[in-house]
Design a binder for this molecule. Structure first.
Ligand SMILES: [Zn+2]
Length: 95
């Protein structure tokens, strides 16, 4: 099995990601975690804010539901539903 090394999505940063920024998305039937970015511990703030901007600009179709952005502790090899959501961190960064 190949080990995926996910990098921070902040421009110019090549650090391994520690956090995943994502929001639950549904089209009424199918639902999944929509990923907005990955961040190392130095860039969680800017990556989260970029994700918020992208989410605000996105115009969902009438049947689409996009929930608020969430920060998860990213661990490679773990499935989305196994990731730990970091509620306390979200409050620090939400604008
Ligand atoms: Zn970074």
């Amino acid at each position: 099995m190949t080990r995926h090394h996910v990098q921070c999505t902040f421009e110019g940063c090549g650090e391994a990601a520690s956090y995943k920024i994502a929001a639950r998305w549904s089209d009424g039937g199918f639902a999944e975690l929509k990923t907005y970015g990955f961040a190392c511990s130095n860039h969680l703030g800017p990556v989260f804010q970029l994700a918020e901007e992208r989410q605000h600009q996105y115009k969902p179709a009438p049947n689409e539901v996009v929930e608020e952005l969430a920060i998860f502790r990213y661990e490679s090899g773990k499935r989305d539903r196994q990731l730990q959501r970091l509620w306390g961190l979200e409050d620090n960064y939400r604008t």
